[in-house]
Structure formats: structure tokens, C-alpha cells
Design a protein around this ligand. Structure first.
Ligand code: PEP
Ligand code: MN
Length: 354
């Protein structure tokens, strides 16, 4: 059972129309769970000729939504001009997007535009897995005199098969927290997942790691959203998701929490998650090999290759300080599963491959 609610930032990926912004805000306010209304006004899109945001007019719609619902508003800025416009329209907090955090020139430009203004600033992690670059972004904003500073973990770009749109690589926000415990970290499951079905598990993981809050995209008609349609949920689905979260009370007496043990367990969880994902990646390659062997009419078991695997892996495992017995058992199971996967492909109907 949930023991409380996380701080929640929600709203559409993009402001699209006045009606959409107002209706989303009204329905979000009704949930009673949202503290800050988000909407993207300028959208950094991976490919050109996509919808790139409505621009300044969207700030007017957000300001109106704020007036109606009382919810403070936030949006993404990438230039000094964006900052200026946000201040002009009474935006309460701003965030720096992942594609901007990667560029120290842009972050510095934003920092300079913020001098003398103390509004809350969220710095999303850079798209690449670089903790120093994330810290650098936070430092630039901090040095501009911003005192209400927070980080947003939105996952990292990854080339290769993964269930995520952006891999969470939890060890990175954990390392940030260890270095700067005073900086609150929010998690953005929407951009980590890129899909709705795993939002809850990522949000739960963020809560288990003691993150301060969540940024979750919501839309009145998610499937029709002009950007990030696959990952958005309705305000009502948002309520359901939040209600299912188990939030550990932060008021637990300190002496019943063994910080070190929690830390060790989180590290183990992360490593296991990565091992399992890598094993999944390995099996998908085994499947592709199975298809190749089927095409070329080659037998599944290639003894020379198996001997080579045993030889190289036993050297690697010795170097890693693992026992010979463990390595043999592990490799045997791995090989068995790989052969099983390839056999499945070999026996599948050839027409299904086309
Ligand atoms: C967004 O929040 O809509 C967004 C573009 O995020 P990110 O910078 O994490 O890609
Ligand atoms: Mn988005």
C-alpha cells in the first residue's frame, strides 16, 4: 500500500492547441496529485520536418491554464530568448532538455540569461551516459545564482536492442545522488520508456531508489498527440499509476534504515538488471545466428567454436576472480539456452522468415 505521493510534474509532451492545454490542466488539477504543469513549447526533434512546437503562443495558453487551475507551470528552454519569453509570461520553473545539457555553450547561455532571477531550474541528464557533463550543466546553473536546482533523470541514448527508448542506467543518477545528496532528483519514466506498459515499473524503481519525484507526460488523447504519442497517458491513467506506486515513507526513523545495506542492494539490483538485459541481447544474436545457419544449411553445433568459447571465457573468468566450477556451470547453461534458441529458429517454418 502506498504511504504517500511523490512530487509530480505532468502535462503533455507538447502544447498543441489552447483547448488541449486547458483541458489537460483542468483534468490534471482534478486528480489532486500534480504539483507542476508541464508542456513543451519549443520541441527539439531528432529529425527535421516534424512538429517543432507552437512557440510563444503556447506560453499564453499555459499562463491561462495556470490562472484557471492554480497549477504552477514549467517548460523546456534551449536559448536565452526562450528564457526571456518564459519570464515574460510568468513561467514558474524551467527545465533544460537532454539535447541541450550536452552542449556547454547552450547551458552557459541559459545560465547567463538567468542571472539575477531565482526560479527553480531542472537539468535533465545529457543524452549520452556522461555524469560529468550532467554535473557540469548543474554547476553552470548553480553558478548563475539559482538556488532551487534539481536534476531530472530521463535515461541515456543506447544503440542496440533494448526495451527502453532511453536506457535508465540507474547507476548514473545513484552516483549523482552520492556526490550531491542535496540536489533533488526527479525521474522521467516517459522518456526512459517511450511506451506506456513499463511506465509503472520504472516509476516504482525511481521511488525505491528514493528519488524526489516524477515527471510523467499526460495528454487528453494520447494516441493523437503531435509528439511522443506512444508514451503519454491520460490524466486518469496517471492517477491509476500513482495510486499503484509504493512510496516508502521518508519519515522512517533513521535507525531502522541501514543505508549501507540499501546502497549495496541497489548496486546488486542494477548489476542483475544489466546482466539480464545483456543475456537477452545475447539470445537475440543467437537467434540471428540460427537463422543464418538455417539459410546456409550449417549444423548448429560447431565444435571448434565451442572450444574457443570455453578457452577465452575461462581466461576472462579467472581474470575476474570467479571460480572455475562456477564458470563451467554458467557456460554450460548459457550454451544450452543458445542451442535451444537456435534449434527453435531452425525448426520454425521457413516461410515465417520471409
Ligand atoms: C520532453 O520533456 O518532452 C523532452 C523533449 O525531454 P528530453 O529532453 O528528456 O528528451
Ligand atoms: Mn516528450
Amino acid at each position: 500500500m502506498s504511504q504517500g505521493s511523490p512530487l509530480l510534474i505532468s502535462g503533455p509532451c507538447s502544447a498543441e492547441t489552447r483547448e488541449q492545454v486547458i483541458e489537460t490542466a483542468t483534468r490534471l488539477a482534478k486528480t489532486g496529485k500534480v504539483q507542476l504543469l508541464r508542456a513543451g513549447i519549443w520541441k527539439p526533434r531528432t529529425r527535421p520536418n516534424s512538429f517543432e512546437g507552437v512557440g510563444e503562443i503556447g506560453l499564453e495558453w499555459m499562463a491561462e491554464a495556470k490562472k484557471i487551475t492554480g497549477l504552477p507551470i514549467t517548460t523546456e528552454v534551449a536559448t536565452a530568448h526562450h528564457v526571456e519569453l518564459c519570464l515574460k509570461h510568468g513561467v514558474d520553473a524551467i527545465w533544460i532538455g537532454a539535447r541541450t545539457t550536452v552542449n556547454p555553450f547552450s547551458v552557459q547561455e541559459i545560465a547567463d540569461a538567468l542571472k539575477g532571477v531565482d526560479i527553480p531550474v531542472f537539468v535533465k541528464n545529457p543524452i549520452n551516459a556522461d555524469l560529468q557533463l550532467w554535473i557540469g550543466g548543474l554547476e553552470r546553473i548553480h553558478q548563475a545564482g539559482i538556488t532551487k536546482l534539481a536534476a531530472i533523470h530521463r535515461g541515456f541514448s543506447y544503440y542496440g536492442p533494448t526495451v527502453y527508448r532511453n536506457k535508465p542506467m540507474w547507476e548514473i543518477p545513484i552516483a549523482l545522488k552520492a556526490m550531491y545528496p542535496e540536489i533533488p532528483i526527479f525521474c522521467d519514466p516517459s522518456h526512459i520508456c517511450g511506451r506506456r506498459d513499463i511506465l509503472l515499473s520504472v516509476a516504482q524503481k525511481a521511488m525505491d531508489l528514493g528519488m524526489s519525484g516524477l515527471m510523467l507526460e499526460s495528454h487528453i488523447t494520447p494516441d493523437e498527440a503531435w509528439s511522443d504519442a506512444k508514451q503519454q497517458i491520460t490524466p486518469e491513467q496517471l492517477t491509476e499509476l500513482i495510486d499503484q506506486l509504493e512510496v516508502r515513507s521518508t519519515d522512517l526513523p533513521v535507525d531502522i534504515i541501514d543505508d549501507q545495506l540499501i546502497d549495496f542492494r541497489q548496486k546488486i539490483d542494477n548489476i542483475d538488471e544489466q546482466i539480464i538485459q545483456l543475456l537477452g541481447d545475447r539470445m537475440r544474436i543467437a537467434e540471428a545466428i540460427g537463422e543464418y545457419k538455417k539459410e546456409k544449411n550449417i549444423t548448429i553445433l560447431q565444435l571448434d567454436r565451442w572450444r574457443e568459447i570455453l578457452k577465452t571465457r575461462s581466461v576472462w573468468t579467472e581474470e575476474a576472480g570467479l571460480s572455475k566450477d562456477f564458470t563451467e556451470k554458467y557456460l554450460e547453461q548459457l550454451h544450452k539456452e543458445s542451442i535451444r534458441t537456435q534449434t527453435k529458429v531452425m525448426n520454425s517454418n521457413r516461410s515465417s522468415l520471409t
